[in-house]
Design a protein around this ligand. Structure first.
Ligand code: SF4
Length: 59
């Protein structure tokens, strides 16, 4: 499965810089593998901290 993981405030952002994160799950008995690929933004942590800071400022 491939998913896009972005916040609401990311819509229409011109600085979106995609990166992928692949999470593999292996099942012991069957040896099958299931992969979850998430596309996120490289700036996600920075923007999350900025939003948190700005919310505190306006409280
Ligand atoms: S995380 Fe920041 S830079 Fe990335 S798309 Fe969202 S708002 Fe834009």
């Amino acid at each position: 499965m491939i998913g896009l993981k972005v916040e609401d405030y990311c819509q229409n952002c011109i600085d979106f810089d995609p990166e992928k994160e692949v999470i593999a799950k292996r099942y012991m008995k069957s040896k099958d593998e299931e992969c979850l690929t998430l596309v996120t933004c490289k700036n996600a942590d920075k923007c999350r901290r900025l939003i948190k800071y700005l919310k505190k400022k306006i409280e």
